[in-house]
Ligand binder design. Structure first.
Ligand code: NAD
Length: 248
């Protein structure tokens, strides 16, 4: 929808690939000024080269690190209207007894702590202005097991709790905070539908059928809807954008 985000500044993390990239592209097309964050400078350079617009600001950094989040928010400027907490990583599909501290800390840092840090940074300004739109990326793994290893599942369940709590506290201040839970999406993330792990590890457990993988643009449509004024009454929701996977 042309112009739906005209005049808005929206931060998108993990914007160098997959769902985050498709979301950044869509928000720019709909008039937003997009602050695209990613840990990969080459991916951001590629995005800038392809889109080449003054409305795109790229910031390289690790969203799990406070100093990098500070730099990201500083690059956005004083007014941030929207935030898409999209950056996320998988967990090598480790079940609980095999979790290493390194995997646990890294996955929770990138998938969960980053979302708290970015929200903590932008919420004060949103409260002052009485306006904010936040979308956090959860997952099928946010509502049940069987879609990943234990650490990733824990991180995405926690994302949903953090989203609901944020919605509860700040809804009355004009801020809406929702989660989008993708099913299988074709991106660069390590995933069961393009690796052998599911067959080896989760295959015997997962008796349900996973719908055909979605394209990242389909997720960008769900995310942009929640960011927009087309979802005025939606706060603290978990939008399953999974082709119906959660129904089985
Ligand atoms: P992707 O790997 O294609 O893209 C993720 C981007 O995030 C990459 O460009 C990567 O460089 C960046 N990133 C990783 N760690 C970072 C960090 N510490 N700081 C900044 N940037 C970082 O992945 P995707 O599939 O597009 O995943 C996006 C989100 O969707 C994630 O939160 C993921 O958990 C979620 N998700 C994806 C699927 C799927 O099937 N693809 C399913 C459910 C949920």
């Amino acid at each position: 929808v042309a112009g739906r985000f005209a005049g808005r500044t929206i931060i998108v993390t993990g914007a160098g690939s997959g769902i985050g990239r498709a979301t950044a592209v869509r928000l720019l097309a709909e008039g937003a000024r997009v602050i695209a964050a990613d840990i990969s400078q080459p991916r951001l350079d590629e995005l800038s080269a392809e889109l080449g617009t003054d409305s795109l600001v790229t910031v390289a950094g690790d969203v799990s690190a406070q100093a990098d989040v500070d730099a990201l928010v500083a690059a956005a400027g004083p007014v941030v209207d929207g935030l898409v907490n999209n950056a996320g990583i998988m967990d090598a599909f480790l079940p609980t007894a095999e979790i290493t501290d390194e995997v646990w800390e890294r996955v929770l840092g990138v998938n969960l702590t980053s979302q708290m840090r970015t929200m903590r940074a932008v919420l004060p300004g949103m409260i002052t202005r009485g306006f904010g739109r936040i979308v956090n990326l959860a997952s099928e793994a946010g509502i049940r097991a069987g879609a990943s290893g234990s650490t990733y599942t824990a991180s995405k369940h926690a994302v949903i709790g953090l989203t609901k709590s944020t919605a509860l506290f700040y809804g009355p201040k004009g801020i809406r905070c929702n989660a989008v839970a993708p099913g299988a999406v074709i991106t660069n993330i390590e995933a069961p539908f393009h690796s052998a792990w599911a067959g080896e590890r989760l295959g015997p457990i997962m008796q349900t059928t996973i719908p055909a993988p979605a394209q990242a643009e389909e997720l960008a449509a769900s995310i942009s809807w929640l960011l927009s004024e087309d979802s005025p009454n939606v706060n603290g929701a978990v939008l399953m954008s999974d082709g119906g996977w959660s129904t089985v």
